[in-house]
Design a protein around this ligand. Structure first.
Ligand code: GRG
Length: 296
């Protein structure tokens, strides 16, 4: 049941992403569009857009109203991966099971492919029928702030500053809540804005999303040492090699695993509060369990 619905949402997202960035003639964009499509349409779990659509479903709103925002968040996420993989950032050769964008197209085109996805994301947000409405504007603001210099970009800057040194657990938590957490919470909060959800309902969704984001990051750190590169589709074992502070390098594998269970439990408690109020959050429970047990 969960798998079937997840696949159904993924199918809508894949079709939307494909249409969002149609192949262009060389004169109109040339290989930069090819490079953008290469990274955007190369799989990925699509967790962020799935979260947006699933939250909208829980709130009883039509999915097509949220689809442009879901696509925009996935495009922003993919841009961040392309830029993060560049030699001047995390320097990685392998992503989503294939050579990274700059390995395939060169560094300059990879920078432009990331820029293309970021700009196209906001074009899509501005061009849809919700954009003229207050709820649509709020959703757009949430997405822009979450990705910007007070959100994901701030987290990336903290990450760069922390390279090669051990940081305090509180600093690690802040770094991850910005770098990874904000773009995981953004789809849930954008869906609440689109649906005009009441403040207390939004608070429970936010609590769910923030704990889910933290769990996601802890699992990412665990998989870096427990998963294979083939399964993960990216280079593994990099964190300890690059002397990065992670939940595993700071706390050890066992403690990281128990922290993962603890924050996943908090995410589920928030969902249970929503279920008790009558919201149908079964799929979000399934997604939380899937992220806890994922091996890729
Ligand atoms: C360059 C501005 C800028 C930001 C980069 C997202 C990010 C910030 C860096 C990616 C590095 C990284 C491994 C972060 C840890 C968590 C994370 C975001 C993993 C990748 O997300 P998934 O697992 O990837 O959702 P897929 O490929 O499934 O979409």
């Amino acid at each position: 049941m969960f798998e079937q619905h997840y696949q159904n949402l993924i199918n809508q997202i894949e079709a939307g992403l494909d249409a969002a960035l149609p192949p262009l003639a060389v004169a109109e964009g040339g290989t930069v569009v090819e490079a953008s499509r290469y990274s955007l349409l190369s799989g990925g779990k699509r967790i962020r857009p799935v979260l947006l659509l699933a939250t909208l479903e829980s709130l009883g709103l039509q999915l097509d109203l949220g689809l442009p925002y879901a696509l925009a968040i996935e495009m922003i996420h993919t841009y961040s991966l392309i830029h993060d993989d560049l030699p001047c950032m995390d320097d990685d050769d392998f992503r989503r099971g294939r050579p990274t964008c700059h390995k395939q197209f060169g560094e300059a085109l990879a920078v432009l492919a990331g820029d293309t996805l970021l700009n196209r994301a906001f074009e899509i947000v501005l061009d849809n029928k919700m954009s003229g409405r207050e709820n649509g504007l709020k959703a757009a603001q949430i997405i822009a702030r979450s990705a910007g210099s007070q959100g994901m970009i701030a987290g990336q800057a903290l990450d760069l500053a922390a390279e090669g040194r051990i940081i305090e657990p509180e600093a690690l938590r802040l770094l991850h809540s910005l770098k990874t957490g904000r773009l995981i919470a953004a789809p849930v909060l954008a869906a609440c804005a689109l649906a005009g959800a009441a403040e207390d309902v939004t608070r429970d969704f936010q609590d769910f999303a923030e704990n889910l984001g933290l769990a996601f990051q802890i699992q990412d750190d665990i998989l870096d040492v427990t998963a294979t590169s083939e399964k993960l589709g990216k280079t593994t074992g990099k964190d300890s090699r690059d002397l990065k502070s992670t939940y595993v390098t700071l706390f050890g594998l066992d403690q990281a695993q128990s922290m993962l269970r603890e924050v996943t439990g908090l995410a589920k408690q928030a969902l249970q509060r929503l279920a008790d109020r009558g919201y149908s959050v079964d799929f979000l429970f399934g997604l939380t369990e899937f992220l806890l047990t994922r091996d890729y």
